[in-house]
Ligand binder design. Structure first.
Ligand SMILES: Cc1cc2nc3c(=O)[nH]c(=O)nc-3n(C[C@H](O)[C@H](O)[C@H](O)COP(=O)(O)O)c2cc1C
Ligand code: SF4
Length: 774
């Protein structure tokens, strides 16, 4: 009881105390707070934070975006995006005096921790040197060199004395396309016993590759105000060797080994100038072997020095007084100025009055600059300039390049149909006659580097649209003209049938699938509207990497999404995507397809590659079908293109599945879909192109498959302006000869064997590639 009374007395006593001493309490509190505030102010001076957060996936900005220009002002104007959605662009309202939109360079002092670590010599016995070799490769040259380099270093290690060899662990090789940058390039891997030496073997590409993403990462890491400007200063050192081609890029000014030079500069910054050995460069056509050998010897010497406690040598910490800081900063600033953001953010350029030539402004979402210089609109490059090697390579392969980023080519099936020798599988399944079909793309660029791609590694790749945008009218007229020109060239070819030749002079179908990624083009909806206006149907294939464009896509006659694998690792291996969030993008595309299944005629296209995406993946594919619920699933075998690119990706004829294997896979997939009660069945086949069609039961009417399309009905639906879906333009019954089990060869056409072998019935499970060739 007593203690309870005491408790109730307390507040009263406290109140009395307060009344007696409140003046001195208040004064003491004020003095304490002022001292604390001053101490904090001088101890941690404030950095200016950026106005806008770092953009994550660019699609977050697809519909609306704004740019931090000034603390008080956020100037935005409208810009038309896909589907006429309005976004925000700074271009039209930009006053002359506007602050420079280039990223702010956050200059930081090297922290005490970093400096200490920088000077700390390698202590043999306590730690071991761990050489890590990072490489990137599209064509395979650098990958082969990287693997050889690592085995060279490791066998050198074996020949050292036991004590010396014990000072370092085996060298490891990492492909920059596969690793998480954060694991190596924000801080070194955490292993107390290891001290890392970062080595790089890099090619240079003047098209977008994974190296651009890597360089951006290095820049961002250095400029991130939240971390030390030299966060990798704890590593022992680094060195870069670049491969380039002096035939087309003869000097450094003209771009010889430019990306290796860039990586060298940024590594100097984020390691606090720890260049262990100077940048090496080799011309793949002449001296790269000798240069690489010299560089390798240099690396070995540097490692020996490190292990014997000599560190990285005289001069500036490790770098041997190379061109550093200020000069490199200035260069980098120049580079960032010309970088453009994602097409998903930028939308169009020519329609907003800035003209195709002027294009969107370079904008950085992360930071702002103090500079009061006026904005210089960057000159946008052409995706495939006529002078580029890409142009030469593509035209050599038979493409007609239209404008600066579109292409058209007549496919072998069009030629075949002109000669009365059969159409592609799209005739069997959907009633498209190949000689009436134009194959084209408004974007030669793509964001994958699929191992089975038959483009010989020559197409431009990129995650963002950084090029000049051609108007859709120009592309439309250009591709038609290119197509008709190629058809006319077939006039004198033996076997071309007069009536088919005449018919071919009126395009009725357009396959937007040639190369590249059609929905990458910012005016894809306007382009397809032009096709439809001329009553040309549209079959659009996309690679499931651009969810926002997919969501904004208007009606097309048939919408394809390439499903090249059933799980993340397999997809990474086979598509070699440039987007780091490729799996998330892929997943979102499937969800979008599911939402659109009553508006668009959706198709999953599976391209099976033996040894890559078939084994044990049936259930995975069935899961994806359950997720996206497409109207159709087309399953086809890969076609081997026999290029060095495909060979270096480990692809050979043995990866091409036999038709019997495709059939087996389809039967298993169908069983799995049935087990899940999803309502699909095997509808049709075209054994000749190794292709089978699974269809949703929505396309089975009165027990008969109706996979064909009523094209006229499709155009009528479009013209009506009413909402409509795939069920509104279902065409005729699938012909008997195209049904599953019947082979799918049009009986009107002639079967020809180039080598004069006897004609064989197709669809019997015999290997397709051993059968008829036309
Ligand atoms: C499309 C393309 C663009 C290239 N751009 C450059 C360049 O700008 N500068 C350069 O020095 N080499 C350039 N090269 C040459 C490559 O860097 C060189 O062939 C390298 O060995 C390729 O390595 P990889 O086979 O490992 O991909 C280019 C090659 C191609 C095919
Ligand atoms: S659909 Fe493709 S393969 Fe078939 S004819 Fe048209 S372009 Fe050629």
């Amino acid at each position: 009881m007593g203690s309870i009374n005491l408790f109730w007395q307390l507040p009263g006593e406290l109140l009395e105390l307060w009344h007696e001493h409140r003046t001195s309490i208040i004064y003491s509190a004020i003095v304490f707070l002022t001292v604390a505030r001053l101490w904090l102010h001088y101890r941690y001076p404030r950095e200016k934070a950026s106005l806008s957060s770092t953009p994550g996936s660019p699609d977050l900005y697809a519909k609306k975006w704004s740019i931090g220009i000034d603390r008080e002002k956020d100037l935005t104007v409208d810009v038309p995006l896909l589907n006429g959605v309005i976004g925000k662009n700074i271009a039209a309202k930009t006053p002359k005096s506007i602050r420079k939109a280039s990223p702010k360079r956050v200059v930081g002092k090297k922290s005490a921790r970093a400096s200490k670590e920088l000077d700390k010599p390698f202590e043999a016995g306590e730690q071991r040197v761990a050489p890590l070799l990072f490489f990137s490769s599209l064509g395979g040259t650098t990958q082969a060199a990287a693997e050889a380099f690592v085995s060279n270093i490791n066998s050198w290690r074996k020949h050292l004395s036991a004590d010396e060899a014990d000072n370092f662990v085996e060298a490891k090789c990492h492909d920059l396309s596969y690793i998480e940058y954060d694991d190596f390039f924000i801080s070194a891997p955490k292993d107390q016993n290891l001290a890392y030496l970062y080595l790089f073997l890099l090619p240079t590409y003047n098209i977008d590759t994974t190296l651009d993403t890597f360089l951006e990462h290095l820049q961002e890491t250095h400029n991130d105000f939240r971390i030390d400007t030299a966060p990798l200063s704890s590593i022992l050192g680094y060195s870069v060797f670049g491969f380039g081609d002096k035939q087309d890029w003869p000097t450094e000014e003209e771009g010889f080994c430019s990306q290796a030079r860039e990586v060298d500069k940024w590594m100097a910054k984020i390691t606090g100038r720890k260049r262990a050995f100077p940048l090496g460069m080799g011309d793949v056509r002449t001296d790269s072997k000798e240069r690489l050998e010299e560089w390798t010897e240099g690396i070995k010497e540097a490692m020996s020095d490190i292990m014997s406690g000599k560190g990285l040598g005289e001069g500036v910490a490790g770098s041997g007084d190379a061109v550093e800081s200020d000069e490199e900063d200035a260069d980098a600033e120049e580079n960032t100025k010309t970088k453009l953001d994602d097409v998903e953010d930028l939308g169009s350029s020519y329609r907003n009055g800035t003209g195709a030539e002027s294009g969107p402004l370079a904008i950085d979402f992360t930071t702002y600059s103090k500079s009061t210089k006026t904005v210089e609109p960057p000159v946008l490059k052409e995706m495939v300039p006529t002078s580029s090697p890409t142009y030469t390579a593509l035209t050599k392969q038979g493409y007609t390049i239209v404008g600066s980023h579109s292409g058209v080519k007549i496919c072998r099936w069009t030629k075949s149909a002109l000669r009365g020798r059969g159409s592609c599988y799209k005739y069997s399944f959907y009633g498209i006659q190949s000689h009436l079909c134009m194959e084209t793309t408004p974007s030669l660029s793509c964001s994958n580097k699929c191992v089975f791609c038959w483009r010989h590694g020559t197409n431009p790749v990129g995650t963002t649209w950084r090029w000049k945008v051609d108007p859709p009218e120009e592309i439309f007229e250009g591709v038609k003209a290119g197509h008709y020109k190629k058809i006319k060239m077939m006039k004198g070819v033996p076997g071309v049938r007069a009536e088919r030749f005449q018919e071919a002079m009126r395009i009725k179908h357009c396959a937007l699938s040639l190369v590249g990624e059609p929905i990458f083009y910012p005016h894809i909806n306007e382009f397809t509207a032009m096709l439809h206006k001329e009553r040309i149907s549209s079959f659009l294939v996309c690679n499931a990497q651009h969810p926002d464009q997919l969501a904004a896509l208007g009606h097309v006659t048939q919408l394809y999404v390439s499903i090249d694998a059933s799980n993340k690792e397999s997809l990474r291996k086979i598509d070699r995507p440039l987007h780091r969030d490729f799996w998330e993008r892929f997943q979102r595309c499937l969800d979008i397809l599911r939402e659109k299944r009553f508006m668009q005629r959706t198709v999953f296209r599976l391209t099976l590659v033996k040894g890559f995406n078939i084994d044990d993946e049936v259930e995975g594919y069935a899961d994806l079908v359950a997720q996206g619920l497409p109207c159709f699933v087309e399953v086809k075998g890969v076609t081997f293109c026999g290029t060095s690119t495909s060979s270096s990706a480990g692809l050979s004829m043995s990866n091409v599945p036999f038709y019997s294997e495709i059939s087996e896979f389809v039967i298993a997939l169908n069983a799995s879909l049935e087990k899940r009660g999803l309502g699909y069945g095997i509808a049709a086949e075209h054994a000749h192109s190794c292709c089978v069609l699974l269809a949703s039961n929505r396309f089975k009417i009165d027990g008969k498959w109706h996979t064909r399309i009523d094209y006229e009905k499709f155009f009528e639906c479009l013209e009506s302006g009413e909402e409509f879906g795939p069920d509104d333009y279902i065409g005729d019954e699938t012909p008997e000869w195209a049904l599953w089990g019947n082979g799918g060869f049009d009986p009107r056409d002639e079967r020809v064997d180039r080598k004069g072998r006897p004609k064989v019935i197709i669809g019997d499970g015999t290997p397709q590639k051993n059968l008829i060739e036309i």
